[in-house]
Write a protein that binds this ligand. Structure first.
Ligand SMILES: Nc1ncnc2c1ncn2[C@@H]1O[C@H](COP(=O)(O)OP(=O)(O)O)[C@@H](O)[C@H]1O
Ligand SMILES: Cc1ncc(C[n+]2csc(CCOP(=O)(O)OP(=O)(O)O)c2C)c(N)n1
Ligand SMILES: [Mg+2]
Ligand SMILES: [Mg+2]
Ligand SMILES: [Mg+2]
Length: 336
């Protein structure tokens, strides 16, 4: 089947058939000018959008379409997680080059349906255009959070502890592995782990909800551009400094192993790589134990990497005892 055989509306019907049925809050779903949603009166609605562009965010030789669908939605889910919210509904816009395969777009939507099922989220609309440029995927997502409970970047106070969920540096390691070293002599299970870190990131929705309910989380951000960049965003928004320790960074053994094998620096992947979609934030020290226990009960690692200071600098104590300034360097679309 070719795109020009089914046309824009045929494509919408086909892709729609891949989606899970809408839930009861969708009064009007796909098929009108806008979706109509009946949300709870006591909650705040979150709204976020992120775009993925071929050649910038993905290459077809590095990620399959099903994983790309997963990752496109994961990036937006991660922003809802960073706000402490529950994800609800997505709209997906595609700019499609004429030579794209219908089958590939079906796989893309299979991946979207998989992650939406996992996180009880529903695609309820979107837009499709033809383009002479690269494939573009845009995912906008709503979420809900109890009034006044959204986690912001701006509440960190000197004395708070700095935490990270899960492991970091894995996506950049996975990208390096998939780009250059697919025949690397590392164990098969570690090859799969690196591939998954890059292709199938897991948004930290559960951790975000625990943090939002805790009373003690004073700031939060998700790691899309790299830890150094996200820490600087928190420091700037909160008017504080941050001090972290390199030896505490939660870098997975598979990532350290591959860094050794490929002569890369695992710390650089963690600081500047990005796309880990873990949460970084700050906690009142009195609440840390309770939050860590709740996360661990859900199988979510929570690691303390440093503390909030006065001033405005983000500093890191290196493994060999030096103190270095962490600039807001990381993934930046227009930086050289
Ligand atoms: N084109 C735009 N118009 C308006 N706001 C934007 C635009 N692009 C990004 N933003 C906003 O700027 C902020 C930072 O964007 P971004 O760095 O992409 O956040 P994130 O890393 O969480 O996705 C967000 O609040 C985002 O909504
Ligand atoms: C082919 C390829 N090159 C490079 C990357 C790495 N990369 C691309 S965009 C990006 C940062 C995240 O994307 P962005 O659009 O900045 O997301 P946001 O911060 O808005 O959530 C990274 C690390 C990749 N995934 N694929
Ligand atoms: Mg964004
Ligand atoms: Mg974000
Ligand atoms: Mg970014």
């Amino acid at each position: 089947m070719r795109l020009r055989d089914i046309g824009e509306f045929g494509l919408i019907d086909l892709l729609r058939s891949k989606l899970n049925p809408a839930d009861h809050t969708v009064v009007v779903g796909i098929g009108d000018d806008a979706a109509v949603l009946a949300y709870n009166a006591g909650a705040h609605v979150l709204l976020t959008t992120d775009m993925l562009v071929e050649g910038v965010h993905f290459r077809q030789d590095i990620i399959d379409f099903c994983s790309l669908g997963w990752k496109s939605v994961a990036a937006s889910l991660s922003d809802i997680a960073a706000m402490g919210g529950t994800p609800r509904h997505a709209v997906v816009s595609l700019a499609i080059p004429p030579d794209a395969k219908v089958d590939s777009l079906e796989r893309l939507y299979d991946g979207m349906a998989q992650i939406c099922a996992e996180f009880e989220t529903h695609v309820i609309g979107g837009d499709i255009v033809k383009t002479s440029g690269p494939l573009v995927i845009s995912v906008s997502l709503t979420g809900e959070v109890a009034k006044g409970k959204a986690l912001l970047r701006s509440g960190a106070r000197p004395g708070d502890l700095v935490f990270v969920t899960g492991h970091i540096g894995g996506s950049a390691a996975g990208l390096a592995f998939l780009e250059n070293d697919q025949k690397a002599l590392i164990p098969a299970d570690e090859q799969l782990e690196l591939t998954n870190y890059h292709q199938r990131p897991i948004p930290q929705i559960t951790a975000g909800k625990i943090l939002a309910a805790s009373e003690g989380c004073t700031s939060c951000n998700d790691i899309s551009d790299g830890l150094a960049s996200e820490l600087n965003e928190i420091a700037k928004a909160s008017g504080v400094g941050i001090h972290i320790e390199e030896r505490r960074l939660p870098i997975a053994p598979s990532v350290r192993n591959f860094a050794r094998f490929s002569s890369h620096c695992a710390t650089n992947w963690a600081l500047y790589g990005g796309e880990d979609y873990q949460l970084v934030g700050t906690l009142d020290p009195l609440r840390y134990e309770e939050v860590a226990d709740q996360c661990h009960l859900q199988g979510i690692p929570l690691t303390l990497i440093g503390r909030v200071t006065q001033g405005s600098s983000v500093l890191m104590e290196t493994e060999d005892g030096y103190e270095v300034l962490l600039q807001a360097r990381g993934y930046n679309h227009f930086a050289e």
